[in-house]
Design a protein around this ligand. Structure first.
Ligand SMILES: *Cc1c(COP(=O)(O)O)cnc(C)c1O
Length: 383
């Protein structure tokens, strides 16, 4: 067999217009939060059909800002899946609250109304973070009701959300607070960045000030003609603003996102077709009725997962795992305690089997064939 290059787990693509857009920002003399950020917020709000969008430094900081904006008593119980990114749990800790774990439904890999209700029965929650694992849009109203919470206490971790929707409404269109990520590997990559979409004008005002130290006016507004040097601070915000450099990239990327989403859907159909019937393999399940999946990840379940990752790597196929359940990590085990960690048995069982295959715009049919045959070979050896 000839020497083959390794298929990476992800390649970050940029729209053709990105370089020009960047040069314009650099030439403009204004690179931090300013006109490009405002325009990106409007573009992303239009894309989602959301009332307000606040651009920030990351999804992690977006989650923390939203939690802080709720002004909950310190140490409040916040429901969260354990099958999530560590940053989402850290946001709860940094906001001064207590993560309370919710188990998943093994078909969708997200909490169900039943698992949310079970967690809410253990601990009366003050708030909840829900997450669109892999691009599967959760049913936010159903989970909100199951938690016994008002919609103004539910924050969506929509890091995997761009491109996803329910009944024709994009994730974030009707949200009290949906937090997006533009990290390099996400469906709408800027490199780094995040945004909050909200239907709530008051949350919009609060978070907008809190993303830049809590200042009543950002510096761009103060320097505008007729602007004034004076500003006030009413609450301690974070340094969590997006720069115009990021925003210019984001505006270019948004233009090509729909085409990328179509490519993802085609690649998923390709995986489904080629992998169907492979012994020992569980393909991603989904309730597709009325659901627009964003296909951020193609997550399969395999036996002997850790060894299979090694075998795939040796065959030149890079894969990943989303996620190591948070409660299995040192810090969260300490913070949560053994009893709390024992409340998510499905997450423990399924978390051992999850494997994310390469999925990104530009992944070739040949590369996909190589992923499929390497995986089929590893599984055949075990059946
Ligand atoms: C990537 C990710 C985040 C964090 O996004 P950043 O923009 O890097 O802070 C949060 N939650 C989930 C589920 C993620 O996958």
């Amino acid at each position: 067999m000839s020497e083959q290059t390794t298929i990476p787990f992800n390649i970050t693509s940029f729209a053709g217009e990105t370089a020009d857009a960047l040069v314009k920002v650099l030439d403009s003399g204004w690179v931090t939060t300013g006109p490009q950020t405002a325009a990106f917020e409007q573009d992303f709000a239009d894309y989602l059909g959301a009332a307000h969008v606040i651009a920030v430094a990351s999804c992690t900081t977006a989650l923390e800002l939203c939690l802080r904006a709720l002004d909950l008593p310190p140490g409040s119980a916040v429901l969260t899946p354990s099958l999530t990114f560590c940053g989402a749990i850290n946001a709860i800790l940094h906001a001064g609250h207590r993560p309370v774990l919710v188990d998943i439904d093994e078909r969708t890999l997200v909490p169900s109304p039943e698992t949310v209700a079970a967690a809410a029965a253990r601990v009366r929650p003050a708030a909840m973070i829900v997450q669109n694992q892999g691009g599967y849009p959760v049913d936010v109203p159903a989970l909100t009701e199951a938690a016994g919470l008002d919609r103004t206490r539910v924050i969506e971790d929509a890091a995997h959300g761009p491109g996803a929707g329910r009944d024709g409404r994009p994730v974030g269109a009707d949200s009290f607070a949906a937090c997006f990520s533009f990290y390099a590997t996400k469906n709408m990559p800027i490199g780094e960045g995040g945004a909050i979409a909200t239907s709530d004008p008051e949350l919009n005002d609060r978070v907008r000030a809190m993303r830049l130290h809590g200042m009543s006016k950002d510096s761009w507004k103060r320097y505008l003609p007729g602007g004034n040097w004076r500003y006030d601070v009413k609450r301690a915000g974070l340094k969590a603003n997006m720069t115009d450099i990021q925003a210019a990239i984001g505006r270019a990327q948004l233009g090509v996102l729909p085409g990328w989403q179509r490519q993802r859907a085609e690649l998923v159909a390709g995986y489904d077709e080629r992998l169907a019937g492979t012994p020992g393999l569980v393909l991603p399940q989904r309730e597709l009725d009325g659901v627009q999946h964003a296909w951020h990840l193609y997550q399969v379940r395999v036996p002997d997962r850790d060894a299979i990752i090694e075998e795939l790597a040796a065959a030149g196929v890079s894969t990943s795992v989303h996620f190591i359940p948070a409660h299995q990590m040192t810090l969260y085990r300490e913070v949560l305690g053994a009893e709390e960690c024992a409340t998510v048995p499905v997450t423990d069982r399924v978390g051992e089997e999850l494997l994310s295959l390469p999925l990104y715009p530009g992944l070739s049919a040949d590369a996909q064939d190589r992923v499929v045959s390497a995986l089929a070979k590893a599984l055949r050896a075990r059946s």
